[in-house]
Design a protein around this ligand. Structure first.
Ligand code: HEM
Length: 445
């Protein structure tokens, strides 16, 4: 296909402090200069010195070989700490390591596979809602609802102790409020300076935490469920080195992390994937045929027969990575791509630019799931939708399984068509969202 799906208008040249402040509020991706699609590294200054790294070798060094020297950035911590405390997502060193080890069994292949029935049920429920929805419908809103059902079911399967609607509202409120990345954060001001956008989040956060605390206390009283959910698995998790397990507040911070990190990202992957299928009817026909042949009910057992559907998911993650731009703060002096890095410099990983880099991908802005056909070789660090190295997303296989089950279920049931004039625009604040929603017309097959 000759047409290209929506792209961000990148900056003609690196922006100054004011440009950063404006772009950080409007669309973080507008901070990326066009040259990032051709260069291995670009540096500049916006208050602090920053470097955007697009070279797979240098990314391997930051994320893997010298991971201790590149902790999560000050801005990341400022944004997320009020919501998720010192959970695995932002902890460093020994604090991170033991939490990651304790949580690892919950995300082991057999446990993720055991959670598939919840995903299948949510996919069926989503198909039923789409069948009833007035057309066109907003696929992004629908995918947020479906993935939230899954993450809340597999996190707090007790259901008896947690009101989903309240959590749903609380989280959307929090995401909306942290989405207002403050100018003060971008300039690196200390966290005691009040952030206007955070006032609302204080109440929402207290409510959400209270709900999680209540669910954890209830579970401690009633004991584990069968099959175990993420809360049970996390309660059972121990640091293999010290035997230590999580206390209630550590449990709460990590469970809230799963809720935040685990539902919107997957919803975005699915929203863009549905958009791209509608954008390219030939790809949609091929994926739908595969899904229909594997169906009617898509569970974990069908996944080996859904390789093209999974390629569509990967290609959607390439073009619209939900975590399209994240960062580290350098702890020690280093050299990346021949450039001097000083302690305190911000090292930015602009995954959006990496995934569209002219030297790494042919026709990079085109939608082509065949790039991910079996046997195609590429540098492991040229495709990083889930990050890389020891801090790679712990939920990657959970998310990929969920995305494949939902996408296959929906493609088997409906033909999706674009609504002329309503293409989404990729806009990133905390995650890369389709601005304007993903409006599609679904016709039963
Ligand atoms: C398509 C969906 C998802 C995407 C694109 C995604 C992306 C990412 C990325 C890029 C990172 C690394 C961030 C960094 O290095 O700074 C990360 C970390 C993490 N993700 Fe995901 N994620 C997804 C789904 C999930 C799910 C389903 C869960 C849990 C249920 C989850 C939980 C986490 C956690 C706990 C971390 C921190 C891991 C650590 O630091 O050890 N994510 N994710």
């Amino acid at each position: 296909m000759d047409r290209l799906p929506p792209r961000v208008a990148l900056a003609p040249r690196p922006r100054g402090v004011l440009g950063w402040a404006v772009a950080a509020q409007r669309n973080v991706l507008e901070l990326i200069p066009e040259a990032a699609l051709r260069e291995p590294i670009i540096s500049g200054r916006a208050g602090l010195r920053w470097h955007m790294v697009m070279d797979p070798g240098a990314l391997r060094r930051v994320l893997k070989d010298r991971v201790e020297d590149y902790p999560k950035s000050v801005v990341t911590k400022l944004l997320l700490e009020p919501a998720i405390g010192n959970s695995m997502f932002i902890a460093e060193g020994a604090q991170w390591r033991w939490q990651r080890l304790a949580a690892a069994p919950a995300f082991a292949a057999r446990h993720v596979e055991a959670l598939a029935p919840v995903m299948t049920a949510a996919a069926e429920a989503s198909a039923a809602r789409i069948a009833q929805a007035p057309q066109p419908f907003d696929a992004h809103a629908e995918m947020v609802a479906a993935t939230f059902d899954i993450i809340s079911d597999v996190t707090f399967s007790g259901g008896e102790s947690i009101d989903r609607d309240v959590v749903y509202r609380a989280f959307n409120g929090y995401i909306a409020s942290v989405a207002q990345v403050s100018l003060l954060d971008v300039l690196g001001l200390p966290r005691w300076v009040p952030r206007p956008g955070r006032i609302f989040s204080g109440r929402v956060l207290r409510e959400t935490r209270a709900l999680a605390d209540h669910a954890i206390a209830e579970r401690a009283r009633r004991g584990a469920r069968l099959p175990p959910d993420l809360l049970d698995l996390l309660r059972a998790g121990v640091d293999p080195e010290t035997g230590r397990s999580m206390n209630p507040s550590e449990l709460r911070d990590n469970l809230l992390t799963f809720l935040v990190a685990g539902h919107e990202t997957t919803a975005l992957t699915l929203s863009w994937a549905l958009y791209l299928c509608a954008f390219d009817p030939a790809v949609q026909a091929c994926a739908a045929a595969e899904a229909q042949a594997a169906g009617p009910r898509i569970t974990a057992a069908e996944l080996p027969r859904l390789s093209y559907v999974q390629q569509v998911v990967q290609e959607s993650l390439r073009l619209y990575p939900p975590a399209a731009f994240f960062s580290r703060t350098a702890r020690s002096a280093d050299t990346l791509c021949g450039r001097r890095i000083e302690p305190g410099d911000t090292v930015i990983l602009p995954i959006y630019a990496l995934h569209r880099h002219r030297l790494l991908w042919d026709n990079p802005d085109a939608f082509d799931p065949d790039r991910f056909a079996p046997g195609v070789q590429r540098d492991r660090f040229a495709f990083l939708p889930f990050g890389g190295g020891p801090r790679i997303c712990i939920g990657a296989s959970f998310a990929l399984q969920e995305a494949a089950i939902i996408l296959a279920t929906l493609l088997a049931r409906f033909d999706f068509a674009l609504v002329p004039g309503r293409d989404p625009y990729p806009r990133m604040i905390l995650t890369l969202r389709p601005e304007g929603g993903v409006w599609l017309r679904a016709t039963p097959r």
